[in-house]
Write a protein that binds this ligand. Structure first.
Ligand code: WAQ
Ligand code: MG
Length: 633
């Protein structure tokens, strides 16, 4: 595309009257030149006696594209308030004497360009004081159907100029007051943004000026001036402000985001269950096989577990009335913590209200900005969010790849750190290589943490989880678990040494600032934990069900294997996964389509989650139906 840079300047009695910059396409050039000429000659300050328009062809590769600075507005009613806003801006740039800079701005009145001021020594760096330094050769990117030259829009032109100037080498900020007597809005800009200041001078005053603040060695001045005066810049995303326009629609972003999600098959809706969560559920007026629940041992619907919840409610009421550290510590919380510690063969346990909070609360309390966290690529979102909240550097290693982890450990220096992984990966159903994981953590002096959400009650001979699964060969420092999966309630916990638990009790914000779980939840979890130990056959039946289900799927042409309760069935495309899940729903099977961001894009899957209470007949029917539907859709 052929583009021209246009520069107009007019004067009267050797005094500057008007100037303007455009970058236009060749086809628009003649019209734009005419518009600029008109603008230069019909200035409210009266007739001009000199007008020049310089037209230069630009090569495409010379043009630098910049995004417009973000715009904010500071409402000031008087020039005094406006100047206060400018002072604050200057102080934020680390300028020692803002008042002196403002005096320089007043003194700049009558210059054609800007003062180039050393921000620290306040030396003038512009070679010709009367002319000043001029930012030229810039424009905004226009919509294709938009006419190139309209009447002067102070804001648009200033934002273009400020965006170019903010990106100049050695420039740290800019101040501007218009010399237009009617225009009292000025601005302060830096790469952090463009702050409109609604009143910076008295109405009627012709005094205006600009200061570009320079920081650094003066050897760099020619580079700065060269960029300002010669570098062609097109600024993207500049839209005129319209004072009469209604306020921008504050809901627009939300609507557009959801529309985009819908079009990508990523929009989520809720499905309502009308019965207890068991291997069969009532929903949408019909009984369906539940193949998506995390209640692997089906304790939620167990009569004895329910009764424990009812009894706790009858004696202790529905709520706990406060955080554990205030009034919310009850006998059920303490009993459950003791039982969980015993079950996990740990010194101590701390309860959280959800598994999400347990991960978030533990990791963010244990780690800080000075730390490094090594995290499996497929870790659960709650681990990822805990890592992010901690502020630590996060090093993600390839999923369950202990060689990649070892490599990451060798090349990453750290003072203090954490190695964290799911025990059973929630969307893939595979099991962490715990012995290698713990060995590496020990070797490098890292804390090790394992999330047992999907392993408790599922793996290990008696369902104790990953440590039992590996026959006690290895034990991480921190075991996190949930009450919401095989224990059929809701909540999370952290097990480990006394020191760890004391620390979290004092430091973990979700623990400190949440009302503790209701008595019913703790009591039912405790009952389920007891039953898990007195009726270990549930764990065996679950394993048996998984083997049976995988065999049926394999027989039907979908080779599957899982050592846990989670059986992923690959689909790939997000929209197809939804169609398949919908069809299964129509055929009486509840199975979730798991999509981005839960799993990677293009790796959508059906995630079958089995229960100990599924019958062989239910599983055989489900396996056949899944295979049929996948063939048809
Ligand atoms: N490069 C450097 N300095 C310039 C340039 C330029 N291209 N053009 C003008 N100046 C200097 C000159 O000293 C002027 O006296 C002073 O800046 C002010 O110029 O968000 O209209 O063209 O609504 O009067 C601010 C808009 C409008 C605020 C600023 O400046 C908003 C304006 P003016
Ligand atoms: Mg002007």
């Amino acid at each position: 595309m052929i583009r021209y840079s246009l520069k107009m300047r007019s004067s009267a009695a050797s005094k500057h009257v008007s100037g303007s910059e455009k970058i236009v396409e060749a086809s628009d050039a003649p019209r734009s030149i005419a518009d600029l000429a008109e603008r230069g000659m019909t200035h409210p300050r009266g007739p001009v006696d000199f007008l020049s328009i310089k037209v230069e062809r630009l090569q495409d590769e010379e043009i630098r594209y910049l995004d417009a600075l973000p715009v904010s507005t500071i409402q000031t009613k008087t020039s005094r308030e406006g100047r206060d806003a400018m002072r604050t801006f200057l102080r934020n740039l680390g300028i020692a004497s803002p008042d002196k800079v403002l005096r320089e701005l007043d003194a700049a009145s009558g210059m054609r360009g800007a003062v180039l001021l050393d921000a620290d020594t306040l030396e003038h760096l512009e070679p010709d004081h009367a002319r000043g330094v001029r930012a030229t050769c810039m424009d905004r990117e226009r919509e294709c159907d938009e006419p190139p030259c309209k009447s002067k829009n102070h804001f648009v032109e200033a934002l273009v100029l400020a965006t170019k100037v903010a990106h100049a080498p050695h420039i740290i900020g800019e101040l501007c007051i218009s010399d237009d007597p009617d225009y009292v809005t000025g601005y302060a800009a830096s790469t952090a943004g463009y702050q409109r200041i609604t009143c910076v001078k008295e109405k009627g005053s012709e005094n205006g000026g600009r200061i570009f603040l320079y920081r650094g060695d003066h050897e760099g001045v020619p580079e700065t001036i060269d960029y300002l005066e010669r570098q062609a810049v097109i600024v993207r995303g500049v839209t005129p402000l319209n004072a009469d326009a209604p306020l921008p629609d504050k809901w627009k972003y939300l609507r557009e985001t959801l529309d985009a999600m819908r079009s990508q098959g990523l929009y989520r809706t809720l499905r309502r269950m009308d019965s207890a969560q068991s291997s069969e559920v009532l929903c949408d007026g019909r009984k369906r096989i539940m193949l998506a629940s995390n209640h692997y041992l089906d304790f939620s619907s167990d009569e004895r577990v329910r009764r424990a919840a009812v009894q706790a409610t009858e004696t202790f009421g529905t709520g706990s009335g406060g955080s554990r550290l205030t009034t919310g510590n009850g006998v059920w919380h303490e009993r459950l913590e003791k039982a969980l510690a015993d079950f996990k063969a740990s010194e101590s346990t701390l309860l959280f209200n959800t598994g999400y909070e347990a991960n978030l609360g533990a990791i963010s309390a244990l780690m800080d900005r000075s730390c490094v966290i090594f995290s499996d690529a497929l870790n659960h979102a709650s681990i990822i969010d805990g890592c992010r909240l901690s502020g630590a550097r996060i090093v993600v290693y390839r999923h369950n790849d202990m060689e990649d982890l070892a490599h990451a450990l060798r090349r990453t220096p750290f003072k203090r750190g954490l190695l964290v992984s799911d025990a059973v990966f929630s969307m893939d159903g595979d099991i962490l290589d715990l012995p290698s994981f713990v060995r590496l953590a020990e070797k490098y002096g890292l804390l090790s943490m394992v999330d047992e959400a999907h392993s408790t009650g599922v793996i290990g001979k008696h369902g104790h989880g990953i440590v039992e699964h590996f026959n006690g060969q290895a034990r991480p420092d921190i075991l996190m678990g949930t009450l919401s999966k095989s224990l059929g309630a809701e909540g999370g916990f952290i097990c480990g040494r006394e020191l760890l638990i004391n620390y979290l009790r004092n430091k973990s914000r979700p623990f400190i600032f949440s009302t503790s779980m209701p008595p019913a939840t703790a009591a039912s979890s405790l009952k389920a934990l007891e039953l898990l130990q007195t009726e270990p056959e549930r764990v065996r039946t679950l394993r048996d069900n998984v083997r049976f289900f995988c065999e049926r799927l394999t027989d039907a042409g979908l080779p599957t294997h899982s050592e846990t309760a989670i059986v992923p069935i690959a689909v790939g495309d997000e929209k197809r996964s939804l169609r398949v899940a919908d069809e299964l729903w129509r055929r009486g099977i509840v199975l979730s389509a798991i999509r981005y961001p839960t799993v990677r894009r293009g790796e959508a899957r059906l995630r079958a989650a089995l229960m100990s209470s599924h019958t062989k007949a239910q599983l055989a029917f489900a396996a056949k139906t899944i295979a049929d539907v996948l063939k048809e859709f």
